[in-house]
Design a protein around this ligand. Structure first.
Ligand SMILES: NC(=O)c1ccc[n+]([C@@H]2O[C@H](COP(=O)([O-])OP(=O)(O)OC[C@H]3O[C@@H](n4cnc5c(N)ncnc54)[C@H](O)[C@@H]3O)[C@@H](O)[C@H]2O)c1
Length: 354
């Protein structure tokens, strides 16, 4: 079992990573002394893991209420947040209660948002069950729901009290979801740690077969890197922006393809390939990034039917366009990045190269 800590003064918390640790969550919660617990999940994840969590809470004598929302990004909405508030009120959760979010990033984001606003904020615990949620969304305290006019447009910064990661849950995750999560893992190597990038290059087979040791290592190292960045810049006023490597082009691709064709990590993978090309690193370093992304079975090319100019305007309306100049996270070398404004012609030339 690994124990990490996100250092944020009085809002610091632990990340526990282990194999088969869901049945121990009751004991961890007992230590936090909740008056009651709401266990939020979706039908698929609850069907797979809900009983393990529920039995563990029951064995510690913790009163808990199950709240199930439908499975899917479109249910990460104010409407479903309101549904959850209703369930919490009916079950009479109070300010000493705790929300447990059991699921992927969708369940984690909406549960965190509800926790941050219910009775002006109650404690919550992330129990992420997708790789993306384990290495990214459960750590760092960004919560939110979507609006008809934009993804993640309504939200808060609100840190969990604990992140509880059972790597065994990845065994049931569809391969495509696992691989999409790996895009964010590769991102950490490129932005922060060349040695980690090389580990990903060398251990591909073990990682893709979800072997315990390499999987624990990549989750632990990803959480460490994210924690370190978030500890230095919780509210994205500076350093935290480097976590957006690949995301400026990635988001524009998701928008252009209507959020249906690519999973988020897949669009970020393509984004990382093109954003790397904005770098003045030696060509073989840029190629190495593309090769590792591609070796995991992630897409690397912007689909030819997406017009470069349309893609560029979509980036410009994105919130990252600051006073007209598009800023990108660009590798200086594998393992280190800078954030820099790039002029339109340069962007157009890079994204036109298919
Ligand atoms: N808060 C943040 O910092 C942050 C960062 C990145 C992404 N996000 C958000 O995360 C969301 C995406 O998260 P996601 O990729 O986890 O998607 P998801 O939550 O939709 O999960 C993907 C699918 O996998 C299923 N699933 C979950 N765990 C499973 C398991 N162990 N076995 C089998 N199936 C399982 C889910 O039911 C779902 O169908 C997006 O809404 C995105 O905006 C948030």
């Amino acid at each position: 079992m690994q124990e990490l800590r996100v250092e944020l003064g009085e809002r610091s918390y632990k990340i526990i990573i282990g194999k088969g640790i869901l049945p121990d969550i009751g004991r961890a919660l007992r230590g936090l002394n909740p008056s009651k617990v709401a266990l939020i999940s979706n039908p698929k994840v609850y069907g797979l893991y809900g009983d393990r969590v529920s039995d563990s809470l029951a064995s510690e004598g913790i009163e808990h209420h199950k709240v199930i929302i439908p499975d899917g990004e479109r249910y990460k909405s104010l409407l479903w947040a309101d549904f959850i508030y209703g369930e919490l009120l009916r079950a009479r959760l109070d300010r000493a209660s705790i929300i447990v979010a059991l699921g992927g990033g969708v369940v984690g984001d909406i549960s965190g948002f509800v926790a941050s606003t219910y009775m002006r904020g109650i404690r919550f615990i992330q129990v992420p069950t997708t790789l993306l949620a384990q290495v990214d969304s459960s750590v760092g305290g960004k919560t939110g729901v979507n609006h008809l006019l934009g993804k993640n447009m309504i939200g808060t910064f609100y840190q969990p009290s604990l992140v509880w990661i059972d790597i065994e849950t990845l065994k049931s995750l569809p391969k495509r979801e696992l691989i999409a999560g790996l895009a964010e893992v590769i991102k950490y190597g490129v932005i922060w740690d060349r040695g980690f990038f090389e580990f990903l290059e060398a251990e591909r087979v073990g990682i893709l077969s979800v072997e315990d040791d390499p999987i624990s290592h990549i989750i632990g190292r990803s959480c460490e890197i994210k924690s370190e960045v978030v500890s230095r810049d919780e509210r994205e006023s500076g350093l935290r922006a480097i976590l957006n490597f690949g995301h400026t082009i990635g988001h524009a691709i998701e928008t252009a393809t209507g959020y249906g064709r690519y999973l988020h990590g897949e669009a970020v993978a393509i984004g990382m390939v093109y954003e790397s090309r904005l770098s003045d690193m030696p060509k073989d370093e840029i190629t190495k990034i593309e090769e590792v992304i591609s070796s995991y079975g992630l897409p690397t090319k912007i689909p030819p039917e997406i017009e470069p100019k349309a893609l560029l305007s979509s980036m410009e309306v994105d919130k990252k366009a600051l006073s007209g100049v598009l800023r990108f996270v660009i590798p200086k070398a594998i393992g280190s990045v800078i954030v820099e404004g790039v002029d339109r012609d340069r962007i157009l030339s890079v994204i036109s190269d298919r």
